[in-house]
Design a protein around this ligand. Sequence first.
Ligand code: FAD
Length: 543
Amino acid sequence: MSAHPALDARARDRTIARLETEAFDLAVIGGGIGGAGIAREAARRGLRVALLEARDFAAGTSSRSSKLIHGGFRYLAMGDVALVRSTALERKAVHRIAPHLAEPRWMLVPARSRAGLVKFQVGLTAYEKLGAVEGADLHRTWSAQDLAREEPLLDAVRYHWACVYREYVTDDARLVLANLRSAAADGAAVLCHAPVQAIVREGGRAAGLEARCALAGRTLRVRARAVVNAAGPWVDEVVRLESPDAPPRLHLSKGIHVVLPAERLPVHHLAILQTEDRRSIFTVPRGGAVYVGTTDTSYAGGATEWPGVTQADVEYLLAPVNRDFQVVPLRPADVVGAWAGLRPLIAEPGKAAREMSRKDEVWIGPAGVVTLAGGKLTGYRPMAAATLARAAEQAGLRLADPGEEPPLAGGDFAGGLGALEAALRREAPDLSGDAAVRLARLYGSEAREVLALGSQPLAPGAPVVAGEIDWAVGHEGACRLEDVHYRRTRAALYDPAARDAVVEPAALRMAALLGWSDARREEEIAAMRARLAADLAFGEEAR
Ligand code: FAD
């Protein structure tokens, strides 16, 4: 069995009882990568930790990223050398503790001229030095012949060369879950669907928080010596619970991705393409799909879980794809999935969103709440360590020596992903090669346990297997159909074959596990179908 104890959705009452009765050292608000990383680090260092998430774990920005653990090659051009160095080094660290969630892939940077090629080579050499990249992972140059073999759809008239360098593809929501489950293994009490509504004070100092269980509709009070606000785009809202007149510190920037069926864009490698306004976007082939992103536009609507995808956003992303790849022109109607997220950037007045730094910042409010804002998924470990250090100093908490960092949940396997996939196929001979690849990347060493719960496809032709639903509910705290579909199996995002087909069978299985009535099951299905349709109903930006 997994060394990491379950976040069992059926044990909510037990978790709530713990939250109400125990005295915690640290209470974390927000279960995105920021909060999950802090909870894991704090629990590993001997603190008694509580974490409360308003919606599902990773329901905010941490399920909407480009899913790259990367040093941000493009930020070199912005002069952010320190940020690039720390995040480029982080790639190795994440790969070490969660090899299934940091898969090295080639990123192709096409060049139109020799001068352009040399510019990329110089930039990549600097980037690789900062990130201590070595050996087989160093960048290389592809000639026109190499390109014809490796990426035959790339426009050969426009591009005669390309540089390729290593990027690491992750699954953002599952990285959050792996951190939360590791925190729980070290004793953290972790609850989703529980928005924090007030900061509890004693003698003017933050001494805990009050939250509402959104499923049971009741309030709970958590006592803690230190409180951390890791609410991502909602950081300003949570700051106002502590000091109602605090001015906003964030600038929200919207980024969208669109998903295309792999048959419509059969490319092999990740690629960087340039938009008309000279921004870089990525194409990322993944299973039966290729996703393309991202945009970077100021978002005035305020923090929300579902910022809309507009027709203009979609056309903006498809234009460079149609220009650079020789495919039947792709239109918005070809898009089979889409997601949008909000970057919680630290506001820099006078700058456009795309020019603002991705740096993180930690500050302490008047009642002592420690707030973390900004940053990138990639740098979550150092951000967590720095935030925790501030919180410990503030509340006089002693941090134990953490020792060597163990793997995250699912990360304890040797021999690489290839060996893991082969082992899965030996154990479940009916599993297709693609299904084994998918399961290994999503669940790592725990894929075997997932398969043991049910290896049959959830719907004909769908890559999702039945055991994933049981695993999501029993081990990863999924309470609603949306939690499973969007942030556990990820079928809503990059599995066109399963996006609609598994909704009903997944609901049936969840109903049996969670004791839903027929009416509740139908409500979940209707809400899910409405959400999936809304993703593809590209409208206008609300002003
Ligand atoms: P969130 O993930 O939003 O987490 C905050 C959580 O707090 C939410 O789940 C929210 O529900 C919860 N919350 C809010 N209010 C309350 C409350 N009152 N009580 C309890 N909980 C509350 N970074 C990379 O490294 N690589 C990439 O490829 C990359 N691509 C990106 C692409 C896009 C389009 C975007 C938008 C960002 C990208 N990023 C990337 C950045 C990265 O995704 C973010 O920096 C990161 O996910 C932010 O995490 P967070 O925990 O701060 O916020």
